[in-house]
Design a protein around this ligand. Structure first.
Ligand SMILES: Nc1nc2c(ncn2[C@@H]2O[C@H](COP(=O)(O)OP(=O)(O)O)[C@@H](O)[C@H]2O)c(=O)[nH]1
Ligand SMILES: [Mg+2]
Length: 230
């Protein structure tokens, strides 16, 4: 008996809902909570209220896939994790079961970009599934080329990093890594970011199911061949 929701892809049928736990990760202050709030229509706040431990929200959506001509229903269970180092111990517990991640850096903060590698490693090491889908978010893009923020991470870096990860993962895991610049403040690419991650989660789930089916078919064939050859 498969436990509902714990095995990737068990609920991926038209007419059923795929429950997908996702985590929002990245350094403290990069705009994770702001993006989540913007997506859920909760408005933008300029004052910074640090997330303590983690915040939870959920959102349902339907996505039409041109490839399969099917509509998939998905329920995102969003864990918005506190980025500060002192929350590490509690944060690590929240990765478990996550099959998607929005990995944030702030385009005006080079250190937050450098730290992405570690965020991604923790996510893959602790989610229980290994290399699961993720999307790289370059946040606060309303500040792009703003002279008050002279050190910026160029879009080219984000794109190249995403392309590098895609090269590493696509063939084996069936999903691509995208780079998207967002602004929670000016509502730029907010919906696109969540939907693009959702699509890659579905792609990876379809891929996993195919790998499982192919494996079963080839084992069955092997057994049939053994019996025939007797
Ligand atoms: N200009 C700008 N500021 C933002 C944006 N998103 C978040 N902020 C600001 O950055 C600070 C940290 O945001 P928050 O979402 O709490 O970061 P978190 O620690 O990653 O959850 C807050 O002062 C926000 O107002 C954005 O898209 N543009
Ligand atoms: Mg937060």
């Amino acid at each position: 008996m498969k436990k509902q929701g714990t095995s990737r892809g068990t609920a991926l049928r038209p007419g059923t809902k795929l429950r997908a736990k996702i985590v929002l990760i990245g350094d403290g202050g990069v705009g994770k909570t702001a993006l989540r709030r913007a997506w859920l229509g909760e408005g933008f706040k300029t004052e910074y209220l640090m997330t303590i431990g983690a915040d939870f929200a959920s959102q349902e959506m339907s996505l039409y896939f041109t490839e399969t001509k099917l509509t998939y229903d998905l329920k995102f269970q969003i864990w918005d994790l506190a980025g500060q180092p002192r929350f590490k111990a509690v944060r690590d517990l929240y990765y478990r079961g996550a099959i998607g991640a929005l990995c944030f850096f702030d385009i005006t903060n080079q250190e937050s970009y450098m730290n992405l590698v570690e965020w991604i490693q923790s996510y893959w090491a602790l989610n229980g599934y290994g290399k699961a889908p993720l999307l790289i978010v370059g946040s606060k893009c309303d500040l792009r080329d703003n002279p008050a923020f002279p050190t910026q991470v160029s879009a080219r870096y984000g794109k190249e990093y995403a392309a590098e990860l895609t090269k590493l993962l696509q063939h084996k895991y069936g999903f691509s890594v995208h780079y998207i610049e967002t602004s929670a403040k000016e509502d730029i690419n907010v919906d696109v970011a969540f939907k693009t991650l959702a699509k890659e989660i579905i792609r990876s789930t379809i891929h996993q199911e195919k790998v499982r089916t192919d494996r079963k078919t080839s084992q069955k064939k092997m057994l049939t061949d053994q019996i025939r050859s007797k």
